[in-house]
Design a protein around this ligand. Structure first.
Ligand code: THU
Length: 142
């Protein structure tokens, strides 16, 4: 499980699962919850928020990132993502490409950990670089 503390991972899974209660998903009924761990140790949560015009829909991961960044927090260590139809968790809900790109903006792809979970007992951890190989990020414009 790499260097992440098991207790911390379980805490993030619990928070992400709880967050699905707030998902606004009248169109897909697919609930997604996220818990984003900042470098300071504070956890920012997020849920997906859909829209009748579809494209303004915001994923749970981006909700969590934008909550944190809007409060001046820009350094992160890990994110936990859970999701399922009607909020029932049966398999991993893997972040969409847009969310991976937002992670790339604020996180080191070598060290940032993405925790995909179904429960406290069933989860896997991937470094961002595995989910977004050869990603384009701020370093490319430096
Ligand atoms: N969704 C997320 O919240 N995160 C992802 O990374 C994938 C998709 C949401 C968007 C939409 O509300 C629903 O899942 C179905 O696509």
């Amino acid at each position: 499980m790499q260097s992440m503390d098991k207790k911390r991972v379980e805490e993030m899974i619990d928070l992400a699962i709880r967050q699905m209660e707030f998902s606004y998903v009248p169109y897909s009924h697919f609930h997604v919850g996220a818990a984003l761990l900042s470098r300071s140790g504070k956890i920012y949560t997020g849920c997906n928020i859909e829209n009748a015009a579809y494209t303004p829909t915001n994923c749970a991961e981006r909700t969590a990132f934008f909550k944190a960044v809007s409060e001046g927090v820009k350094e992160f260590d890990a994110i936990c993502v859970v999701g399922g139809k009607e909020g029932i968790l049966t398999e991993y809900a893997s972040p969409c490409g847009v969310c991976r790109q937002v992670m790339m903006e604020f996180c080191d792809p070598d060290t940032f950990q993405v925790i995909l979970a179904v429960s406290r007992e069933k989860y896997e951890i991937f470094p961002l670089k595995e989910l977004l190989p050869m990603g384009f990020g701020p370093a490319n414009l430096a």
